[in-house]
Design a protein around this ligand. Structure first.
Ligand code: LAC
Ligand code: ZN
Length: 462
């Protein structure tokens, strides 16, 4: 935590920056102390709201001069605690930089500021027949800057890839306050090291983006969505890898297990009676006929592996209701027990059935409710451990550790989309060797010699 004198000096330096909003009222500090990670409360000591790259540079310079930590923050929808100010200091909130600078139909690109809300960008480009595929479920509030910091994913990433696959170039401000143009505006380009690739997903530890150049695609002309109920989660999980192995590539292939289904059933969407799990499949393409043929093939393969039926959404409204139910899973699970940890592990697709069965067994053994849902097509599972209060926390920690060990044992990774942040830093060494972690620590220090930017994240305690 920084001293009052350090903060006063930062304030004094920033008072010279015309129009830069600073806040340190208790309400604001409390709000900025938490996100969607359930990690606890870590309020910053001062929140600043820059509107330009120059203002971001000024904040970094003022904090570097005083040795005050800076934690970048957007909409606070993150699920790994990446934007929590664990060392106090300044929260650098980028939500006021919210302009869509340009959308080019001819180039299939868009340039945005980091505070643009994802859904706003999606609607804007779709109105012009263009498509920005990454779609984390918090699209209505999360920001592109946060998506870049965390390399966000979502259901459509099965076919289309993650945020990193769409970032062509960045205006990037280093912790020293130096601003760089990295990357390019063209679709292809291999000049130099892939700094964009390094910075996207750096979880606010290497700098911040103040301008983002994104690749767009033509908007698919046809989309169809179907719900496939199964008697058991094991059958649904097996069907996932069988569908993909059969050469069908839906844009989304989501799985909901019995606990996840139970949490949302009857609240705006009613699932067929007797189903123990469902898949939601969405196929897109250039024509209705092509998409229907693809979905028919998917349905046949799924039926051969236990799908009870294929219920095709008949119109936009039915599609939207189905997706609204899917988006409701996370809050509905939290409502079951008040607290939860939402993991985002990934396993090779062929190991999904085994992973889900073993996670359920961990829950049964420790007497905890474990729910699994998510982007099964990618092998990316949101395994949630639900609990009702702090007394259960040690048991929950044990469950999480076992879930991570099983994941790595199955050839998987501890995080597919939410990032390591605060919540998973103690698990990083399960997956990565000491030399790989050490190399990354050295990279961190190269970009941030004073270790002031988002300290206490990503790497295990030494
Ligand atoms: C989801 C979030 C938890 O897919 O990533 O619902
Ligand atoms: Zn997800």
């Amino acid at each position: 935590v920084s001293s009052a004198a350090q903060l006063q000096a930062v304030r004094a330096a920033l008072a010279a920056v015309d129009g830069l909003e600073l806040r340190d009222d208790p309400g604001t500090l409390t709000d900025f102390g938490h996100d969607e990670s359930d990690q606890g409360s870590f309020p910053p000591q001062l929140v600043v709201f820059p509107r330009t790259t120059a203002e971001v540079q000024a904040v970094f310079r003022a904090c570097a001069a005083q040795g005050v930590p800076v934690t970048p923050v957007g909409a606070r929808s993150g699920k790994s605690g990446g934007s929590l100010a664990v060392a106090g200091g300044v929260a650098l909130c980028l939500t006021r930089m919210d302009r869509i600078v340009s959308v080019s139909r001819a180039d299939l690109t868009a340039v945005v500021e980091p505070g643009v809300i994802l859904e706003t960008l999606q609607r804007t480009v779709e109105a012009e027949g263009l498509f920005y595929p990454p779609d984390p479920n918090s699209a209505d509030l999360c920001t592109l800057g946060g998506n870049v910091a965390e390399n966000a994913g979502g259901p459509r990433c099965l076919k289309y890839g993650v945020t990193r696959d769409y970032v062509l170039g960045l205006t990037w401000v280093l912790p020293s306050g130096e601003a760089l143009e990295v990357g390019r505006r063209t679709i292809k380009g291999v000049a130099g090291y892939d700094l964009v690739g390094l910075f996207v997903g750096s979880e606010g530890t290497l700098g911040v983006a103040t301008r983002i150049t994104l690749k767009l695609l033509p908007l698919p002309r046809a989309v169809m969505t179907a719900l496939l109920p199964f008697a058991s989660v094991a059958a649904a999980a097996t069907a996932v890898s069988e569908v993909l192995a059969a050469g069908v590539l839906p844009r989304c292939l989501e799985l909901l297990d019995d606990v996840a289904l139970g949490a949302i059933d009857g609240q705006g969407f009613t699932f067929p009676p007797g189903c123990g799990a469902v898949l939601i499949a969405e196929v897109d393409g250039a024509s209705q006929e092509g998409v229907l043929a693809e979905l028919t093939r998917l349905s046949e393969v799924a039926a051969a592996h236990g799908a009870l039926e294929t219920l095709l959404a008949q119109d936009r409204d039915q599609r939207e209701r189905l997706w609204a139910a899917r988006r409701a899973v996370s809050p509905a699970l939290r409502a079951l027990k008040k607290f939860k940890f939402s993991e985002d592990i990934v396993v090779p697709r062929s190991r999904i059935p085994e992973a889900i069965a073993r996670f359920k067994a961990v829950g049964a053994e420790l007497g905890l409710t474990v729910a699994t849902y998510g982007h099964a097509g990618d092998g990316n599972l949101h395994t949630n451990v639900l609990y009702s209060g702090p007394a259960e926390r040690p048991c929950v920690e044990k469950a999480l550790e076992r879930i991570m060990c099983i994941t790595v044992e199955l050839g998987g990774t501890i995080t597919g989309e939410h990032g390591v942040g605060l919540s998973k830093k103690r698990f990083l060494s399960l997956e990565q060797s000491p030399s790989v972690i050490d190399l990354q620590r050295r990279l961190k220090v190269f970009f941030d010699p004073q270790v002031l930017l988002n300290p206490g994240k990503m790497f295990p305690e030494p």
